[in-house]
Design a protein. Structure first.
Length: 284
């Protein structure tokens, strides 16, 4: 299992890294589009669309992203869209987590399928625009999610339920603890501080997400980072809720050893559009 996991990770890196660092953003845009197609197919399967229906869901997502690319939406200022995406994620997530696992099947299937496609489209558009801003900016957003996940894992293993007696969301993801959340927060705050210092020291031509916030005040960096970590956790919980409702462990087996595409990008789905929202508001 570990060998399979490592091989899959190496193959993904061999595809993603050259596309990411290619001078033109088109190869990276295309690679992410393929990943979103797989994620949309998984979304259809998780929500009872069946074999052919899931392919249609994937095709609709690809068509929406491709149309946005073709008509130049990726290069436009989209502040109203990102604010709307922020409201979509914050309000929708609050309702879903309150409703719990039992609440998901009560939502009409069409609404579930459409909301999933919209979430994937927004994430694709956000990551493409973030790449256009600069690789430093994009990596600072993506590593925020990775650091939150890694730090939460080790903090949860070391201190889980030692200080708080209640798990984070026992009916959705029994393995997560509040100690893990605080560990993730600490890890990301340390990362943010280090990134701001590094940007200043090396005079980065493109500011990171953290530096953009810090330029408006350290209080905004703190609040923005806390908000992003919280939404990273929410993205993970939402996917766990949907998988638990569907009665599956992984969204698919598209990535051997890792599960499905959604399993790898669940926390990025809310954080990428929200990073564009915060960055756009600061710039505005």
């Amino acid at each position: 299992m570990l060998k399979q996991r490592i091989i899959t990770a190496l193959v993904l890196l061999a595809i993603l890294l050259p596309a990411l660092f290619y001078p033109s953003p088109e190869p990276f845009t295309a690679v992410v589009l393929v990943l979103m197609a797989g994620a949309a197919w998984e979304w259809g399967r998780l929500n009872g669309a069946g074999g052919a229906g899931s392919v249609v869901v994937g095709a609709v997502c690809v068509a929406l992203c491709a149309a946005s690319w073709m008509f130049g939406l990726t290069g436009r200022v989209l502040l109203p869209l990102w604010v709307g995406a922020g409201a979509f994620w914050v309000l929708g997530s609050a309702w879903l987590l309150r409703a719990g696992v039992a609440g998901w099947p009560r939502i009409p299937a069409v609404v579930r399928l459409v909301s999933g496609v919209l979430a994937l489209w927004l994430a694709w558009l956000a990551v493409v625009q973030a790449r256009a801003v600069g690789i430093n900016f994009l990596l600072s957003v993506m590593t925020l999610v990775w650091m939150a996940d890694i730090a939460a894992y080790f903090a949860g293993r070391a201190f889980g339920l030692r200080f708080t007696k209640n798990k984070l969301a026992p009916t959705i993801s029994p393995g997560k603890s509040w100690e893990g959340v605080w560990g993730g927060v600490a890890g990301v705050l340390a990362l943010a501080l280090a990134w701001v210092v590094a940007d200043a020291h090396w005079q980065a031509p493109v500011a990171s997400f953290y530096t953009r916030l810090a330029r408006q005040g350290w209080w905004l960096l703190l609040l923005g980072t806390l908000f992003m970590v919280a939404m990273s956790v929410v993205g993970d919980l939402i996917e766990s809720l949907i998988k638990r409702s569907a009665g599956v462990k992984d969204s698919s087996n598209l990535l051997p050893g890792h599960g499905g595409v959604l399993d790898r990008v669940d926390a990025l789905l809310p954080t990428l559009p929200l990073a564009m929202m915060l960055s756009s508001l600061v710039h505005a």
